[in-house]
Design a protein. Structure first.
Length: 144
């Protein structure tokens, strides 16, 4: 291998070294491209808890993107955001927008540091997108 070809491959080697190891925890990542904020949100596997349910209450119009820690698919038309302090917020989509496309993670396109209902779009990794219709606060409730 010549020195010139080694220099040409150096960025690829550095990229491999910077790649996230598979044993590290999933993290929300943020990238700013030309005044547009793109947030990558990992989706966690939903654990079935037979003794625990959730009560939905009216939620805020927006949540701050710094509070996002991850997401869990909660149904065919919604995704639960895991927030700082182990809080949960359910984002509901239109019924024509199946949340099943988000198993591999998704991206949020925002105009500022907030994710807002009626404005921001959740995009799957394959390109389809859904507008967040509304947020609901979730409170744990023991099942009877």
């Amino acid at each position: 291998m010549t020195f010139a070809s080694f220099l040409a491959l150096l960025p690829a080697f550095l990229g491999l070294a910077a790649a996230q190891a598979p044993d590290q925890p999933l993290q929300v990542r943020r990238v700013v491209v030309r005044d547009e904020i793109i947030i990558r949100v990992p989706v966690r596997v939903r654990r079935i808890s037979p003794g625990l349910g959730w009560i939905e209450r009216k939620g805020p119009k927006c949540i701050h993107s710094d509070d996002l820690r991850g997401a869990i698919l909660s149904g065919p038309d919604s995704v639960d955001f895991i927030l700082h302090g182990k809080k949960r917020m359910r984002a509901s989509f239109d019924t024509r927008c199946p949340a099943l496309d988000f198993y591999g993670g998704f991206y949020l396109n925002t105009e500022d540091d907030k994710v807002c209902a009626g404005r921001d779009v959740v995009r799957s990794r394959v390109g389809s997108g859904c507008v967040i219709e509304e947020f609901h606060r979730l409170s744990p409730r023991p099942k009877r």
